[in-house]
Design a protein around this ligand. Structure first.
Ligand code: PEP
Ligand code: MG
Length: 598
């Protein structure tokens, strides 16, 4: 029967596919597809693991002391029975042969299926057998030499991206998980999935941001999704409405297929605006920049018609490395490759923003909170972490400054809130620069900017304007810290409101006073790429927007239809309103009407 699950719409579009459930097994598991002869090899691996574990149980039973309680021997018998059970091993073989899962994935997928059956049992004795099953599967996984979750979604260890071919056609796949760490989302960039659903997460959680950068339909905060959806279920992800439909009826499926085609056409239409300059009706030139996460994103930024990179989130270079930080040379090569790919256009590199919901390893934000019992968003993150690790910070700064020899580099510092932090930051920059000059490096001119993403920074803007060449408003964090709403927490996501009067006031004042002070100002938070905010940001005087490359065309379309003088004339009423969203809709609707008449 069809089932609907509601969550948060975080990445637009419709995805239809079979669910691939990433099990929340207690043991980290590699997930990858196997093909051709590798399928038989995988069956052999599974069987070898089974024989090994069976041998281990038999040895344990044999070596039981004579006075051991009878229950122990009985328990080992249960484990021996389970390790040979067709419901486990036979079904796992089937996942391998039919779905082309690797052995670890097949076992954890089947564990998920059986665990659910155990949960539904009325008999408490039988329900408890679930723990035995988990122990047996864990032993099998250990014997297989398991890896880490999601680490190989793009292919086997060392393999290239593959997708299953020979089973039931080429069904698209969607990923369903309880939570996905930003590090794992990076892997997702090159994977086969056409959409994803998670139980947890907020609209501007980094998981959602990476999904938007991929332009893949996604719903997060869909609470029970990973327990309600089963492996292989047909799933529709409606990324516009925040809806997940499991096992849809043929009529619903057809309707969504139609919508999928419509949004494809819309995208193709928008793509034609790529080379059109972003100029408003009254002749204001608007700068549209790209947000990127990895050097490999630079070609897409160029392709989208971006006039440069407004935010390179360098912390993603630090992830998926087993906690080992990238060397200066590695970073230099990465920054240089972006600068070169952007071919003379400016590249704004933000120093590392590790911490909060972007831990260096693959922890999800929920695991992180659970582990530390503290609030990492208010802790040692971004510039605070960089200043606490001056060696690492200098190294990153040297790598960025060296890249300036190859093009236009701008340096951006995240999360500043104190004058002491500003002073320390400039000291470390000066040290890094001096070290490079002493070593005979040739450096370009590098502007230094600050992110305005803590209310304290917005409220002490004149100090920032005195010290920095430019500012960039990080609305994602500015909203989180002004409204005291954890951006990754779906439980309070309804309160995460970019239209809140306090947010609009802080953003409007930062734009206004930066321009008045003769400093350039950009918005690089998610607000910049959301067409619902294009008019109000223009009305506030914003002339530089930075967003995912995939959002540029839609924002440009709004800009081409806008008249900044008319929009600005409505700003006062909107900012003074108790309900700015409604007032803006009325005011800009009226503006659009006036334009149509003009
Ligand atoms: C922001 O906070 O708005 C921002 C752009 O930075 P991040 O999303 O990486 O924290
Ligand atoms: Mg931020």
């Amino acid at each position: 029967m069809s089932l609907q699950i509601f969550g948060l719409a975080v990445s637009r579009g419709v995805a239809i596919g079979r669910a691939v459930l990433v099990a929340s097994s207690r043991v980290d598991v590699d997930h990858y597809f196997v093909e051709g002869p590798a399928i038989d090899a995988e069956l052999v691996r599974l069987d070898t693991a089974r024989v090994t574990v069976e041998g281990e149980f038999e040895a344990l039973k044999r070596d039981l002391p004579a006075d051991a309680p009878a229950e122990l021997a009985a328990l080992l018998d249960v484990h021996l029975m389970l390790v040979n059970d067709e419901a486990l091993i036979g079904a796992a073989r089937q996942w391998i042969t039919e779905r082309h899962y690797n052995a670890e994935w097949a076992l954890s997928a089947q564990l998920e299926v059986l665990a659910r059956q155990f949960d539904e049992m009325n008999d408490p004795y039988l329900r408890e057998r679930k723990a035995d099953l988990e122990q047996v599967v864990e032993r099998l996984l250990r014997s297989l030499g398991h890896g880490s979750p999601l680490s190989s979604l793009n292919g086997g260890p060392g393999g290239s991206p593959v997708r299953p071919r020979d089973f039931g056609g080429e069904d698209p796949l969607v990923l369903v998980a309880s939570d996905i760490s930003p590090a794992d989302m990076l892997q997702f960039k090159r994977s086969v999935f056409t959409g994803f659903v998670t139980d947890v997460g907020g609209k501007t959680s980094h998981t959602a941001i990476v999904a938007r950068s991929l332009d893949i339909p996604a719903v997060v905060g869909a609470r029970q999704a990973s327990s309600l959806i089963r492996q292989d279920d047909w799933v529709i992800i409606d990324g516009d409405a925040g809806l997940v439909i499991v096992d849809p009826s043929p009529i619903v499926l057809e309707e969504y297929r139609f919508r999928q085609r419509q949004s494809e056409l819309e995208r193709e239409r928008l793509a034609r605006l790529r080379h059109t300059p972003a100029v408003t009706l009254d002749g204001e030139r608007i700068e549209l920049l790209a947000n990127i996460e990895l050097p490999g994103d630079a070609p897409a930024a160029m392709e989208s018609g971006a006039q440069g990179v407004g935010l390179f989130r360098s912390e993603y270079l630090f992830m998926n490395r087993g906690g080992k930080q990238p060397s200066e040379d590695e970073q230099y090569e990465a920054y240089k490759s972006v600068v070169t790919a952007m071919n003379g256009l400016p590249v704004t590199i933000r120093t590392v923003d590790i911490g909060a919901d972007k831990p260096m390893d693959r922890m999800t934000s929920h695991e992180l909170r659970h582990e530390t019992q503290l609030n990492p968003a208010l802790g040692l993150r971004a510039i605070r972490w960089s200043l606490s690790e001056p060696g690492m910070f200098r190294q990153q700064l040297r790598a960025i400054l060296r890249a300036s020899a190859h093009g236009r580099v701008r340096l951006l510092i995240p999360m500043l809130a104190h004058l002491t932090e500003i002073r320390q930051t400039f000291e470390v920059i000066a040290q890094a620069r001096q070290q490079l000059l002493d070593a005979g490096h040739r450096l370009g001119a590098v502007e230094v900017g600050a992110m305005i993403e803590v209310p304290a920074a917005a409220l002490m803007l004149p100090t920032f304007l005195r010290h920095f060449d430019f500012v960039s408003i990080g609305t994602n964090d500015l909203i989180q810290y002004t409204l005291a709403i954890d951006r990754a927490d779906e439980a309070v996501s309804h309160l995460y409101d970019p239209w809140h009067p306090a947010i609009l006031r802080l953003v409007a004042d930062t734009i206004h006073f930066s321009r008045l002070g003769g400093k350039s100002v950009c918005v690089c938070g998610e607000m910049a790429g959301d067409v619902a905010f294009t008019e109000i940001l223009l009305a506030m005087g914003l002339r530089s927007f930075s967003m995912h490359p995939t959002q540029i065309a839609a924002v440009k379309q709004r800009i081409l239809r806008a008249d900044t003088r008319r929009l600005a004339s409505r700003l006062h009423d909107i900012l003074a309103s108790d309900d700015p969203e409604r007032t803006a809709k009325q005011a800009f609707g009226a503006t659009a009407g006036a334009l149509a008449e003009a």
